[in-house]
Design a protein around this ligand. Structure first.
Ligand SMILES: Nc1ncnc2c1ncn2[C@@H]1O[C@H](COP(=O)(O)OP(=O)(O)OP(=O)(O)O)[C@@H](O)[C@H]1O
Ligand SMILES: [Mg+2]
Length: 329
């Protein structure tokens, strides 16, 4: 089962520019979490801080008892082996075949024999649906295939924690739907803790157990998916509805005058927030095991019911009600 990641009071700046401050959250072991947020709010910086590639000036990130911010570099390096990271841009080596790209972490970080490497790489290539393309160069395949190759590479070291930075960027809606299912299936098979950064509202609505959002240098909220999906916090509901009206502007934050004008012209976000329905979370494909994380989450969420808003409680209880026919649609 995956490993819990505890983030406490994390603050990161570049020079005088503060990216975010006092971010605290826990990624529950084996569960899937999604981080939303407008461009430039520091989502990629957050992922890089979790694996210790960037150093926040305050706070801690605890993984298996190691603080990825302040521990000695050798402990951080060792703990980093528990992670699989899928970069925003795929980050494949252009002159290497997909096979060699995916084999790279194994050749770099292990002393496995070539025959063993071949077995692992082909298995991961199969999982992400790229069998037959292993000899191709990154420049010879589509963007969607490159994404999946990046995911396969993130998986070769059997990670306990998987971080995906915008796995859907550049994908068409159908490929995105396949990717969503792939992420759920992967979680059912390996029970790894997963954090996915995305702008995609379909992924956000159907994949994660938990969701958070970064905005204006703060973590607006983080918790069970139903809390965000039913939230009437203006910035959250604007983002989830993909509307122009609301506190998020082109340069991230609108000024007070623009917001006031929107309210008086009746374009106010308040007027547009109707009741939102929470679509069901995806189930693993037929034949795959039940997601252990989903069972654990059920217990966990029930124990925090008293602290959740009414709308979220209703959505959670609805999701526990037996569905007609049951099982996978
Ligand atoms: N190495 C760096 N040095 C200086 N500033 C940086 C560095 N990396 C990121 N930043 C700044 O930190 C802020 C957050 O960047 P980040 O890439 O995390 O945004 P993001 O939320 O991932 O955006 P997007 O959704 O467009 O990928 C930006 O203002 C960016 O310019
Ligand atoms: Mg980014």
């Amino acid at each position: 089962m995956g490993i819990e990641v505890v983030v406490e009071g994390l603050t990161k700046s570049f020079g005088r520019q503060n990216v975010w401050q006092d971010v605290s959250l826990t990624l529950p072991a084996g569960e899937i979490s999604v981080m939303l947020g407008p461009s430039g709010t520091g989502k990629t910086v957050f992922l890089k801080s979790i694996i210790g590639l960037l150093k926040p000036e305050k706070g801690r990130v605890l993984v298996n008892g190691v603080d990825m911010v302040n521990s000695p570099e050798k402990d951080i390096m060792e703990t980093r082996k528990l992670f699989g990271l899928m970069f925003q841009d795929g980050a494949l080596f252009g002159s290497m075949s997909l096979f060699d790209n995916i084999a790279f972490p194994l050749r770099e970080h292990t002393r496995k024999k070539e025959s063993e490497i071949r077995r692992i790489v082909m298995e991961r290539i199969d999982v992400v649906g790229l069998l037959g393309a292993e000899g191709k160069l990154p420049g010879e395949i589509s963007g969607g295939m490159r994404k999946r190759a990046g995911l396969a590479r993130a998986l070769v070291l059997d990670p306990q924690i998987i971080l995906c930075d915008e796995p859907d960027s550049g994908l068409d809606p159908v490929r995105t739907a396949y990717l969503s299912q792939l992420l759920i299936d992967l979680n059912a098979q390996i029970d790894a803790t997963m954090l996915i950064v995305t702008h995609n509202l379909d992924i956000a609505a159907t994949v994660p157990d938990n969701m958070g959002m970064l905005f204006c240098r703060n973590l607006v909220t983080f918790g069970p998916r139903e809390v965000l999906l039913t939230s009437d916090t203006p910035v959250v509901s604007q983002f989830l509805a993909g509307r122009r009206e609301g506190p998020i502007g082109m340069s991230e934050e609108k000024d007070a005058a623009t917001l006031a004008a929107e309210r008086t012209t009746g374009n106010g976000f308040g007027a547009l927030t109707g009741p939102r329905t929470v679509v069901p979370q995806l189930e693993p494909s037929p034949g795959l095991p039940v997601r252990q994380a989903a069972l654990r989450r059920r217990e966990r969420v029930m124990s925090m019911m008293g602290r959740l808003p009414e709308a979220a409680r209703t959505a959670i209880l609805d999701s526990h009600a037996p569905t007609v026919g049951g099982g996978h649609p």
